[in-house]
Write a protein that binds this ligand. Sequence first.
Ligand code: ADP
Ligand code: MG
Ligand code: MG
Length: 210
Amino acid sequence: DEETQQEAIRAAAEAVADRLEAEKEYLTELDSAIGDADHGSNLARGFRAAADAVKDDTESTPQELVKKMGVTLISKVGGASGPLYGGSIMSASQTLDDGVTAETSVAFAEAYLEKVKDRGDAQLGAKTMVDALTPAVHTYKKSIEVDDLPPLTALAKSTAAAERGVEFTVPIRAQKGRASYLGWRSVGHQDPGATSTWFIMQELLSVADD
Ligand code: ADP
Ligand code: MG
Ligand code: MG
C-alpha cells in the first residue's frame, strides 16, 4: 500500500545518502583525475539533504516524495550533476501517479534516462553517467517486460549492467562535461558520474531486497 511505498522511499533515500557519504572521497578522487574534484562532496551533500527532506514527511504521496528529492537535489548540488540528477528525478516522478509498481518503475527508469540525455545532450559512449544508465535501464525494461522477471531480479540484473557500463567508461574518451576538456588524456580514467549512478543502484537493490 501507499504507506509501505512511502516507507521504502524514505529507506532508499537514507541508504543512498549513507552510501554516497561513505564513497565521498573515492568519488572525489575519480573527479580529481578528470574533473574538478567535487563530485563526492556534491553528491554526499545533495543526497543527504534529499533524504532529510523526506525523512519526517508522512503527508506526501510516493510521487510527491520523489519529486521533493529531485527539487532538493537541484537546489543543493551545483555543477553538472545537480540538474542532471535532480532535474531528471523531478521530471521522471510524473510517471509515479499510481505509486511505485513494476510497471511504473519501468516508466520511471525510461523517463529518467531520457531526461538525463535530454539535459546533458550526451549520447552513449561520451564517458558520462549515461554510459551506466543506458544498459541499466534497457536491462531493467527487458527483464520485466520481455522476460517477465520479478522486479527484484530485474533490478539485480540492471545493477550488474550498470557496473559493466562503469567499466566501459574507462578506455573511452570524454566528449561531454569537464572531462572532455582533457581530450585524449581522459582515456584510462573511470567516470565519476557513471560510478555514482552504479552506487545508487546498488543501494536501491539492497533496500528492495529487504
Ligand atoms: P561538475 O563536472 O560540474 O563538477 P560533478 O563533478 O558533480 O559536476 O559531476 C560530473 C559528472 O557529471 C561526470 O562524471 C559525468 O558523469 C556527468 N556529466 C557531466 N556532463 C554531463 C553531460 N553533459 N551529460 C551527462 N552527464 C554529464
Ligand atoms: Mg566535478
Ligand atoms: Mg564542479
